[in-house]
Every structure is written in structure tokens, then in C-alpha cells.
Design a binder for this molecule. Structure first.
Ligand code: ASP
Ligand code: MG
Length: 421
């Protein structure tokens, strides 16, 4: 069994879906679970719809129309025969969207609504593959991936999920799971009481890893619009190099520091079962891309990760006492309660500095809570630069024209919080 993951960019329009079909033909006869994300940037659009409905911001109707039109344009292009069953399939999902109502729990409602992007996408891809002769069954991943009730960040119940995946009756049409091709959704799970959860934004990679772990798959392939894992994001660097092979450890570090090519949670389950992970180009499917496995090797070149829109918070006790352990535990709890991930931190005698993504949905509330007990100063519009396998000349190079607010070095990694000077 193999697991393939196709992200939003690989199914963003009709031609992309056709490309997935021609790519899959190269693997005909193999047992593969195909995990797909919502098409293009639909998840972002669904998020604005959740706000319109749940926060009663208004304007839900035009957003629903936009979501419908986006998918219908693709479906009409792929299925000229308007009596194809895919039309009914996706129309019934649109109806669910139209019926959404504000509820007491924002996060719960978010998951019920935002998950529909993956449901629609997987229905279209599955139907089109069948149409193109790539026979497959559609699997509702919520039938197998069991989580707790942490909406928007579902925690996987590994035992139940493993059990579900080994129970043949769970698989569609009574066939053995993995007989031929299955098309399913990334990003989703189900609570014990049957509600949909999501696994955190960009969580489809993680889904591929969960399915691979629980089925003891031979490999996972993430199909991307880049040639593989590069040593820097081509958005920021003129010269980037493909990394042909890297260790799980390096992949974990790089994704943890913000390399967006793989979701950070993806690697650990694969590492635990030594399942190789390939990152390959869906535009050039004959190229090898990157292989991530358990070979202990250091990368031959420095890797650069840029994160923009960072905020640096400097937190100190209101009474100017020293920063002590009780303060730390309060501070960390506040960050955890607000689901704010700390990107780098540093402490001095009287203050504690934290760099985080300046997420407008989270940071203002976080600061308000911190201010009840602490004095909080902050700097915005910063960048966080991480260099793995750094040397002084790489540091000098990225710091040209920048003012450094914080520098944090370990043996292999340096992190710099900077602002344009
Ligand atoms: N569609 C979801 C998102 O955009 C999950 C994913 O793409 O991995 O966050
Ligand atoms: Mg996505």
C-alpha cells in the first residue's frame, strides 16, 4: 500500500484534476490511498464564510455563491454530461453549507463547515478519476480517523484509527481496504459522538501520515508544485537547490521552524515506522524529488526558512520582580490557552521575550490576557529567519540591511528575529 497526497494547488482547476488523472495512470494496478485537500484556496473562503455565519458578520450568501461557482466551473469543464451523478453529490454538500447556522461553539461549527471543502474536492476527484478510467472508491475518511473533540486541532486516537483501518467492513463496498485505489479527504476526522473535526490548517499531509502509519504503508508521496524540498523558498532566494535526500530529523526541524513544504506533524508517525516520505512535483512526475528517510546524514548545504509577519513580545512582571518559574508556568499556560505557538523565546533577569506569528485572530486576545498580570511590550512587522547548518557568512548574508532584535543559536541552527533597517 502507498499513500499519495494531493494538496489544494494540485486540484485547483479542471486541468489540474486532469493532470492528477494522468499522473495516477502511471501507477495503475497499485494499491494506493489518494488523499486530497480542498481545491485551491477554498479553505480560506470557507473560513470567511464561518465568520460571516458564526460571528454574524453578514454577507454569507455571496460567499456561498462564490464557493458554488468555483466548483461548478470545474465540474462543468470535467463532466460535460450534466446528468452525471457528481452534480447531485456536490449539490447536496452546497445545501449543507446553505443550512449552516450560528452556534454556541465557533470551533465546532468551523469544523462542520470548513470540512466540506475536502468533501467536495474528493467527490470531484474520485468521480473524474473513474471517468478517466482510473477506477477507485471514495472513502469518507471520518469513518476511519477517530479524534477527540478538540475542534480545529483534533487529537488522533491512534488505537481506534488503527482498528478502524483494519476492519474490512469499514471499507467501501465491503472490499478489503486498499483493494485498488481509494480516494479520500485530508484534514478531517470524527469525534466519538460523530461530529467532524479538522486536524489544523494544512493538515492533509498529516492525514497521509496517519493513514500510512495505521496501514503500515510502504511509502507516502506528497505531490507538490515544487520539485521537492528546496534549501530555501524560491520566493525569497534567487538560487535554491533541491535536497535529494534528508533525514526525518532534519525534516522535522525544518518544518517545525516554518518550512511550509511539509506539515510539521507529518514526519513523526512515519519516522516511528520508518516509512519513507517522498516530496515530488506533480508537474514533473518523472523526476525523483526528495526522499526523506532514516539515513543519518547531515545536509550538505545550509537551509533557510523565512517567516514574515512576526511579533516579538517582551513580557515582564508588573512589579519588576525577577522572572521566576511561577511566572513561566503562567505565561506558557496563557500561550497554550490561546493556541499561540512560540517560534523562539529567550529570557533575561526581568523579562521574557517571545516571537510568534502575528495572527490577528489570536494575538490581540493573548496580549489582553497577558496584560492582566504582566507588562507587555511588543514589536510588529518582524521577520524570523532560521538557518539550519549555518555558518557566519550565511548569517551575514541574510542580515544585510536588517536590524537584529534577537538571535538564538544552537549547534546546527540559528534563529534571527529581524526588521528591515
Ligand atoms: N484544506 C486544508 C487547508 O487549506 C488542509 C490542507 O490543505 O492541508 O488548511
Ligand atoms: Mg491547502
Amino acid at each position: 500500500m502507498k499513500v499519495f497526497k494531493f494538496g489544494g494547488a494540485s486540484v485547483k482547476d479542471a486541468d489540474s484534476v486532469r493532470n492528477v488523472a494522468s499522473l495516477m495512470k502511471k501507477f495503475s494496478g497499485e494499491r494506493i490511498i489518494v488523499v486530497v485537500s480542498a481545491m485551491g484556496k477554498i479553505t480560506n473562503l470557507l473560513e470567511t464564510l464561518v465568520d460571516a455565519v458564526c460571528l454574524k458578520k453578514g454577507g454569507a450568501k455571496p460567499i456561498i455563491e462564490q464557493i458554488k461557482k468555483y466548483h461548478l466551473d470545474i465540474v462543468k469543464d470535467l463532466f460535460p454530461n450534466s446528468s452525471h451523478s457528481v452534480y447531485d453529490d456536490i449539490n447536496s454538500v452546497f445545501l449543507q453549507l446553505e443550512k449552516s447556522k450560528p452556534s454556541d461553539s465557533y470551533n465546532k461549527e468551523y469544523d462542520q463547515m470548513v470540512s466540506l471543502g475536502e468533501i467536495i474536492s474528493s467527490k470531484i476527484v474520485s468521480a473524474y478519476l473513474n471517468e478517466a478510467g482510473v477506477k477507485n472508491n471514495w472513502l469518507d475518511v471520518r469513518e476511519v480517523i477517530q479524534t477527540d473533540s478538540t475542534y480545529r486541532e483534533g487529537k488522533v486516537d491512534w488505537e481506534k484509527t488503527e482498528r478502524n483501518l483494519s476492519t474490512p467492513s469499514r471499507s467501501p463496498k465491503g472490499g478489503e481496504l486498499g483493494d485498488g485505489l481509494l480516494v479520500t479527504q485530508g484534514f478531517l476526522g470524527k469525534t466519538p459522538d460523530g461530529f467532524t473535526t479538522t486536524l489544523g490548517r494544512e493538515g492533509s499531509d498529516y492525514t497521509a501520515a496517519i493513514l500510512a502509519y495505521c496501514t503500515n504503508a510502504e511509502s507516502v508521496t506528497i505531490w507538490k508544485d515544487v520539485p521537492g524540498v528546496m534549501n530555501a523558498d524560491p520566493k525569497w532566494f534567487d538560487e535554491t537547490k533541491l535536497i535529494e535526500q534528508m533525514s526525518y530529523q532534519d525534516a522535522i526541524e525544518l518544518s517545525y521552524y516554518g518550512a511550509t513544504v511539509i506539515h510539521p506533524k507529518t514526519i513523526k508517525p512515519l519516522q516511528n515506522k520508518k516509512i519513507p516520505l517522498y516530496v515530488r512535483s506533480f508537474l514533473k512526475p518523472d523526476e525523483k524529488g526528495t526522499l526523506i528517510n532514516d539515513k543519518q546524514s547531515q545536509l550538505p548545504i545550509p537551509c533557510f526558512i523565512f517567516k514574515v509577519n512576526q511579533i516579538l513580545l517582551s513580557i515582564s512582571p508588573k512589579d519588576f520582580s525577577f522572572i521566576v518559574e511561577e511566572n513561566f508556568s503562567d505565561i506558557f499556560k496563557i500561550f497554550a490557552d490561546h493556541q499561540v505557538k512560540i517560534n523562539v523565546m529567550q529570557n533575561s533577569a526581568i523579562s521574557f521575550s517571545v516571537c510568534a506569528d502575528n495572527d490577528e485572530r489570536k494575538i490581540p486576545e493573548l496580549i489582553k490576557t497577558l496584560q492582566k498580570k504582566f507588562r507587555v511590550l511588543y514589536n510588529e512587522n518582524l521577520e524570523l529567519i532560521t538557518i539550519r547548518y549555518y555558518n557566519q557568512s550565511t548569517i551575514d548574508r541574510v542580515c544585510i540591511g536588517k536590524k537584529v532584535f534577537m538571535e538564538h543559536k544552537s549547534r546546527y541552527t540559528v534563529q534571527l528575529v529581524v526588521k528591515n533597517a
